[in-house]
Design a protein around this ligand. Structure first.
Ligand SMILES: Cc1cc2nc3c(=O)[nH]c(=O)nc-3n(C[C@H](O)[C@H](O)[C@H](O)COP(=O)(O)OP(=O)(O)OC[C@H]3O[C@@H](n4cnc5c(N)ncnc54)[C@H](O)[C@@H]3O)c2cc1C
Length: 478
């Protein structure tokens, strides 16, 4: 393998082939569940270098089929399903896209921007805003995740109910294939029915079919006003009814509808005493709504207040506040975004990122809550997520006082089975937005249909017959 490393150094420069020192930023996953060992972390600076690196690896693998060499594409390494870090073999190259971070072009008339894969999401948002536009993809990791990783996982976030997943925000891609060729698909076209949609094959493939090096993204006009409201709701049924009313009252202006369970909010209040969490003590759930209005702040406020009045009258909201200014709105969003950290401080829990049709949500939650309470008396549920998309982070925490590690060891398999069986029974998905990575590969085998799995394997085999890119992630080759 030394010859290969020398070749890679000749391509990207010795300083960008890392083999020694503390490589944990690239080899440990964000949740610190696993820590791998890389043959090297390779940091190319441009598409041509990515292509030459992949080609060198593919040729090496042809000559040494038993070497176990493979390549793990990596962006910001914030993924939550262990898909961007190497295994323990020491035979995987981590190919970091972080140096491909240029904004190549903003086309104002076409409402598009073309950016390289390593651009940090927040930078993309800021550059769009500086040009007078809005790039609406938004998630709590936006300060460190990259657009390549967002596309690789088809990330969701808080604006999906209006703008869709990352897939819906992308018009074109540039991709390095597992053979080291470059597919130049950076079109800004909104219409192009010329055969199979290759772009959508690579998006959400988690680096198993190709390496995204650049993307053409959709831009939107900046809204005139973005108003946030916080509403207390007595039950999941009420939350779903409020969502229906919000669609009716706000139409396309409704850009966020986030649900937070009482226990999840109590953890924020407990672990972040600087944050004032409103209205949660006597309500089963709270909802954060966002109204992005094209007219004016006064119009946005009147719309939102009209909705909340109607919802109070209908009994699906018990109390509500509309943020008076940006600072208040940011504080409300900060509460929502602090839930993952608050639950981490409370101790490890069993995480699920599930989706079911919105119409099935109340039945899913009632049924699954009851099954878990029966199986594990006093179990605690950290329930929050993007209700507007039918997506919940339905996390299961040990009963108070019980050791979290022991709980995980003893209950994880059982709890996963209860939750995933219920998801399937309600026509849902066991991974709504985080992807499959290596954490959910085995679950997928169980819950995805044999026809779907067979087709996915056939695609992987056709595009990457050497199994060079991110093997063992998403779908096993055999
Ligand atoms: C605090 C926090 C909040 C989050 N909130 C959300 C949320 O609301 N919604 C949501 O959907 N996700 C969320 N996530 C997870 C989400 O998947 C990631 O934050 C983000 O999309 C991954 O980007 P990344 O650059 O860090 O990718 P990485 O973690 O580096 O990689 C993720 C996957 O994509 C592949 N990949 C990376 N770059 C490329 C590329 N250029 N070409 C091909 N494949 C590539 C990797 O191989 C890996 O399989 C959150 C994560 C954190 C830590």
């Amino acid at each position: 393998m030394q010859n290969l490393l020398s070749e890679l150094k000749a391509i990207v420069g010795s300083a960008h082939v890392l083999t020694e020192g503390d490589l944990s930023a690239w080899t440990q996953d964000w949740r610190k569940r696993t820590s791998g060992k890389a043959l090297a972390v390779v940091r190319p600076a441009c598409t041509d270098e990515v292509a030459r690196v992949v080609k060198a690896c593919a040729e090496f693998l042809t000559q040494h089929p038993d070497s176990g060499l493979s390549v793990v594409p990596q962006g910001g390494n914030t993924g939550l399903v262990v898909g961007s870090t190497p295994d323990e073999s020491g035979r995987q190259i981590v190919l970091s896209l972080q140096r491909l971070n240029a904004v190549r072009n903003i086309d104002a008339a076409n409402l598009t921007m073309t950016v390289e894969a390593g651009c940090i999401l927040q930078t993309v948002q800021e550059q769009a805003q500086a040009a007078g536009f809005w790039f609406p993809l938004s998630l709590a990791a936006e300060g460190s995740c990259t657009i390549g990783g967002n596309l690789g996982t088809n990330a969701g976030g808080t604006q999906v109910l209006r703008f869709g997943n990352t897939r819906d925000l992308c018009l074109g891609l540039e991709v390095v294939t597992p053979q080291g060729e470059v597919w130049q698909g950076l079109s800004g076209l909104r219409k192009d029915n010329t055969g199979y949609d290759l772009k959508n094959l690579y998006i959400g493939a988690e680096g198993t079919l190709g390496i995204i090096t650049a993307a053409t993204l959709k831009l939107y006009p900046s809204p005139k006003a973005q108003l946030t409201a916080w509403a207390a709701v007595p039950s999941m049924e009420a939350a779903v009814r409020l969502l229906g009313m919000a669609h009716q009252h706000l139409g396309a202006s409704l850009t966020g509808f986030e649900l937070m369970g009482q226990f999840a909010l109590s953890l924020v209040a407990k672990h972040f005493s600087n944050l004032r969490v409103p209205l949660y003590r006597s309500n089963a759930f709270c909802v954060l709504l966002e109204n992005a209005d094209a007219e004016s702040e006064a119009h946005a406020r009147a719309q939102l207040e009209g909705l909340l009045e109607a919802a109070l009258e209908a009994g699906c909201v018990t109390d509500a506040v509309v943020a008076e200014n940006l600072t208040q709105a940011q504080s409300l969003w900060q509460i929502r975004e602090s839930i993952p950290l608050a639950q981490a401080q409370e101790g490890l829990n069993i995480k699920h990122d599930i989706s079911v049709p919105v119409s099935a949500m109340a039945a899913f939650v009632a049924g699954t809550d009851a099954l878990l309470a029966q199986a594990i008396p006093h179990v605690r549920l950290v329930n929050f997520g993007h209700l507007g998309d039918g997506n919940l982070h339905y996390n299961v925490q040990a009963p108070e006082g019980q050791d979290a590690a022991v709980f995980l060891r003893e209950q994880e398999v059982h709890v996963n089975r209860i939750v995933f069986d219920a998801v399937q029974a309600h026509g849902g998905s066991i991974s709504a937005e985080h992807g499959v990575g290596s954490l959910k590969v085995d679950h997928l085998t169980h819950y995805k249909s044999p026809v779907a799995l067979h087709t996915m394997r056939a695609i992987k085999q056709a595009l990457d017959p050497q199994n060079l890119l991110n093997p063992g992630r998403v779908v096993r080759a055999h």
